[in-house]
Design a protein around this ligand. Structure first.
Ligand SMILES: Nc1ncnc2c1ncn2[C@@H]1O[C@H](COP(=O)(O)OP(=O)(O)OP(=O)(O)O)[C@@H](O)[C@H]1O
Ligand SMILES: [Mg+2]
Length: 360
């Protein structure tokens, strides 16, 4: 998969930009606050409809403007497609593939599979479970359209059930209607649990291998899926938890509370790992994703690396760079020194300055 070109209008600090990308390593460099991350954000958004930094659509629109537009030309399976995304201040975004509007973001997912890697991702192991669920969802949604649509439906039903829990506080007679939402939660949620479990199982040997390589064979990493509830107990646990849910006014059971547990040499890396071990585990997971996408989708993903090299030691930098040599990669950095030192071959170098990009 490739991103041939991106066009931005009134996106973040870009008024108007047309930027072609090379097939190999694309390096964006420039001082702080010039628009490097904004550019990666636009690429990520147009591939996934999700914001890289959890921003709202209106924050992505250039100050003082009402609309933003991102147009990308992407290649999937040898065919070129055009993706257009319109962001509006107070309305949902509009997305079209080859000029045909799509109704659900699931239709876009996977057209071009991107794997983003930012400094925050390196902290994935020490953060709460939400970060690790985000990892699962981002990957599965791009690889598996059924997962994506089940997740969207699950989240909608969950929201509706939570709204109902709040209403029951004022009107207890509504309590009987909870079961309608429970049935749907179990239907969508069980499928999510099954797909997450098999994804983590498939990921395990690959992550293990990457981590062993990065740690010089000294560390054994084990990854396991830690579901909040298993599919066989799901319906029952929802019923048993109803009074507690009513008290909390939120649903406490289901895959929205899942986690992935990671141990290094049999110790939970989140609780006992050093910062280096936690970062290495996160890097291993990202590298494993690349292999898994190749295996499952049969094409290489596009890698977005935001300022991440400077956060790694030399050995991990070299390992990361050796994995990307046949991928389309867009890398941001503030200076060129690290690339010169690492002797990384680059196909295109761009200088980013105050919302403009100059090819060098
Ligand atoms: N909606 C917006 N409209 C206009 N400008 C914006 C908007 N949102 C953010 N910016 C500007 O974009 C700039 C930040 O861009 P970005 O995060 O891409 O910087 P960067 O080049 O990645 O910097 P760093 O090296 O510090 O990571 C800031 O100056 C910010 O004011
Ligand atoms: Mg940045």
């Amino acid at each position: 998969m490739l991103i041939r070109q991106i066009q931005l209008n009134n996106f973040r600090n870009y008024e108007s930009l047309v930027l072609p990308f090379s097939d190999g390593v694309n390096l964006l460099y420039g001082d702080n606050a010039q628009g490097k991350t904004n550019l990666l954000e636009a690429v990520f958004l147009s591939a996934t409809t999700r914001a890289l930094r959890g921003s709202k659509d209106k924050e992505l629109i250039r100050f003082g403007c009402d609309e933003a537009h991102i147009g990308t030309q992407v290649v999937n399976n040898g065919c070129t497609h055009r993706v257009d995304m319109h962001l509006r201040r107070n309305k949902p975004k509009g997305v079209a593939i080859d000029e045909i509007p799509i109704r659900r973001s699931a239709e876009l997912m996977g057209l071009v599979h991107v794997i983003a890697f930012c400094p925050d991702d390196l902290a994935m192991m020490k953060e709460g479970p939400a970060e690790r669920r985000r990892f699962l969802d981002m990957e599965l949604c791009q690889m598996d359209p059924i997962y994506c649509s089940n997740l969207i439906n699950y989240n909608k039903v969950l929201q509706q059930r939570n709204n109902l829990l709040k209403q029951i506080g004022n009107d207890p007679s509504l309590k009987d209607t909870v079961s309608v939402w429970d049935d749907q939660l179990v239907r969508y949620g069980s499928d999510i649990i099954l797909r997450r479990r098999s994804f983590v199982e498939e990921l395990l040997p690959v992550v293990k291998e990457k981590h062993s390589l990065l740690s010089g064979g000294c560390e054994d990493l084990v990854l396991s899926y830690a579901p909040n509830v298993t599919e066989d107990m799901y319906a029952e646990k929802l019923i048993r938890g109803l009074d507690h849910d009513l008290f909390m006014k939120a649903t406490g059971t289901g895959p929205h509370r899942d986690d992935i547990e990671v141990t290094v040499n049999d110790r939970n890396v989140r609780l006992y790992g050093s910062q280096g071990q936690q970062r290495t585990a996160a890097l291993s997971m990202k590298l494993a994703e690349i292999d898994l996408v190749r295996k499952r989708v049969g094409e290489s993903p596009v890698l977005l690396l935001d300022d991440v090299l400077s956060e790694l030691d030399r050995k991990r930098q070299l390992q990361l760079l050796s994995e990307i040599n046949d991928l389309q990669t867009i890398i941001t950095c503030t200076g060129m020194e690290e690339f010169v030192q690492l002797r990384t071959p680059t196909d295109s170098i761009y200088r980013v300055e105050a919302g403009t990009v100059q090819k060098q």
